[in-house]
Design a protein around this ligand. Structure first.
Ligand SMILES: Cc1cc2nc3c(=O)[nH]c(=O)nc-3n(C[C@H](O)[C@H](O)[C@H](O)COP(=O)(O)O)c2cc1C
Length: 365
C-alpha cells in the first residue's frame, strides 16, 4: 500500500489527498484564555503546506475545568472563534482536511490552572498530580457531554472538517474507560458498555449538534495497565465505535512495530489486531514511531488505512510531500534548536521539546 495514494472516507465521501496524518501535538503556544497564537497557527499551516492529508490540532480543552497544562489550546468559548477560523481556513487552502482534538484532562487538570478540584470518573490520584480528584455527579457528567458537543459545534462553525475525540493517554474519557480509574456502580461504570457510555454520549451529542458531513474520529490507547485499559476491552470498544457511526478510529500505539505488552507470545502488531477485529470498511488510523516512508508502508501493510506521525513532522514540516521521492531519508534526533526554529517552531515550542528525551541537542538526554 502506498502512503501517497488518496483515500475516501466512506460515510461522508470526503477525500484525503494521501494517507499521511499529522497526529495531535501539544506545543504550549496558546494564550491564557485558550486562544490560538499566530505561532501555533503558523506551525500547523506549514504542515498543511507540507502535504499532510489530515492536520490535527493539539489537544484542546472543551471546558475551563479540563485544562491540563499552560499554553493549551481551548475550544470552549466564542472568544476563541476568530483564531480557530483563521487556522481552519488556512489548512483548507493548503489542501488538507482538519481535525481539532477535543479533550478534558479530568484528574490531570490541576487546580492551579482551573481554580477547582480536579474531577474524574471516581476519586483518583496518580503520581505527580497536585491533588486527589473527586468523582463527577450524574448531572455534571451530562454537562460535560454537552461541553464536548458545544465545542465540536464551535469547531464546525470555525470551518474545521471534524474533531478527534481524545479517549487515549489517561485523560478524562480514558479515565472513564479504565477499570482502575472508574469504580462507579451507576450507569457510567461497571462493564465495558457502562465505562464507555460517557464516550458514546459524547459521540452521539456531537452528531446531534453538527452536520452530516462533519467528521468524528476517536483516538484510544490500546492498553494502559495503570488505568485499567486492557487490549481485549479496547478491541471490543473499537467494534462498538464502528456501530456508533464514528468516521475514523485512531489507535495510539507509541510503537506501531511491536505486539501487545501482555501477550509476547502473540507476534501480531496492535494495528493488525485491531484490523482483524473491526469491519474492513471502518477507517483505521495507527500512530507510533513511524519515521521513514518504509515505516509508513509497514503500518499500512499491517492493515491501517491511514498513518499518523508526530515527532518526525516536528522536525520535517514537508515530510508528507517528500515521501513521494525515493531518496527521502529524514534526519533523526537530536536536532539543534536552529533546525527546529527553521522548521517553524517558536522558541516556546523548542523549549517544550527540550523536555522530550533526546530530541533537542541541548535538551534532556
Ligand atoms: C511533543 C508532543 C506532543 C504531543 N501531544 C499530544 C496531544 O496533544 N494529544 C495526543 O493525543 N497525543 C499527543 N502526542 C502523542 C503523538 O500524537 C503521537 O501519538 C506519539 O508522539 C507517537 O508518534 P510519533 O512516534 O510519530 O511521535 C504528543 C507527542 C509529542 C512528541
Amino acid at each position: 500500500m502506498d502512503v501517497n495514494t488518496g483515500f475516501i472516507l466512506p460515510r461522508t465521501g470526503l477525500e484525503l489527498r494521501n494517507r499521511a496524518v499529522l497526529a495531535a501535538i501539544t506545543n504550549k503556544q496558546s494564550g491564557l484564555d485558550g486562544v490560538l497564537s499566530d505561532a501555533e497557527i503558523g506551525w500547523l499551516h506549514r504542515r498543511a503546506e507540507g502535504g499532510f492529508g489530515i492536520v490535527t490540532t493539539a489537544a484542546s480543552h472543551v471546558h475551563p475545568s479540563g485544562k491540563s497544562w499552560e499554553g493549551e489550546m481551548g475550544v470552549w468559548g466564542d472568544h476563541q472563534l476568530p483564531k480557530l477560523t483563521e487556522l481552519a481556513e488556512g489548512i483548507r487552502e493548503r489542501g488538507a482536511l482538519s481535525l481539532v482534538q477535543i479533550f478534558h484532562g479530568g484528574l490531570r487538570a490541576p487546580r492551579s490552572l482551573t481554580g477547582q478540584q480536579p474531577v474524574s470518573a471516581s476519586e483518583n490520584t496518580e503520581h505527580g498530580v497536585e491533588e486527589e480528584s473527586r468523582g463527577l455527579s450524574d448531572s455534571e457528567i451530562s454537562d460535560l457531554v454537552d461541553a464536548f458537543a458545544e465545542a465540536a459545534e464551535r469547531c464546525e462553525r470555525a470551518g474545521f472538517d471534524g474533531v478527534e475525540v481524545h479517549g487515549a493517554h489517561g485523560y478524562l474519557i480514558c479515565q472513564f474507560l479504565g477499570t482502575k480509574t472508574n469504580r462507579r456502580d451507576d450507569r457510567w461504570g461497571g462493564d465495558l458498555a457502562g465505562r464507555a457510555l460517557f464516550l458514546r454520549e459524547v459521540v452521539e451529542a456531537i452528531r446531534v449538534r453538527t452536520s452530516d458531513r462533519f467528521l468524528v474520529s476517536v483516538r484510544i490507547s490500546p492498553q494502559i495497565a495503570s488505568i485499567g485499559v486492557s487490549l481485549s476491552d479496547s478491541i471490543e470498544l473499537a467494534g462498538m465505535l464502528a456501530d456508533w457511526g464514528v468516521d475514523i478510529i485512531h489507535i495510539s500505539c507509541w510503537d506501531a512495530f511491536v505486539g501487545a505488552d501482555d501477550e509476547p507470545e502473540n507476534p501480531g502488531t496492535l494495528t493488525r489486531r485491531f484490523r482483524r477485529a473491526i469491519p474492513s470498511s471502518f477507517p483505521l488510523l495507527s500512530t507510533g514511531s513511524v519515521w521513514t516512508g518504509g515505516d509508513a508502508e509497514f503500518v499500512l501493510g499491517e492493515g491501517a488505512d491511514l498513518v499518523g506521525v508526530a515527532r518526525v513532522a516536528i522536525a520535517h514540516p514537508d515530510w508528507a510531500s517528500r515521501l513521494a521521492s525515493d531518496d527521502f531519508d529524514p534526519a533523526r534526533p537530536p536536532f539543534t534548536p536552529e533546525h527546529l526554529l527553521d522548521a517553524g517552531l517558536s522558541p516556546v515550542f523548542v523549549d517544550y521539546m527540550r523536555g522530550w528525551k533526546g530530541f533537542v541537542t541541548d535538551g534532556r538526554q
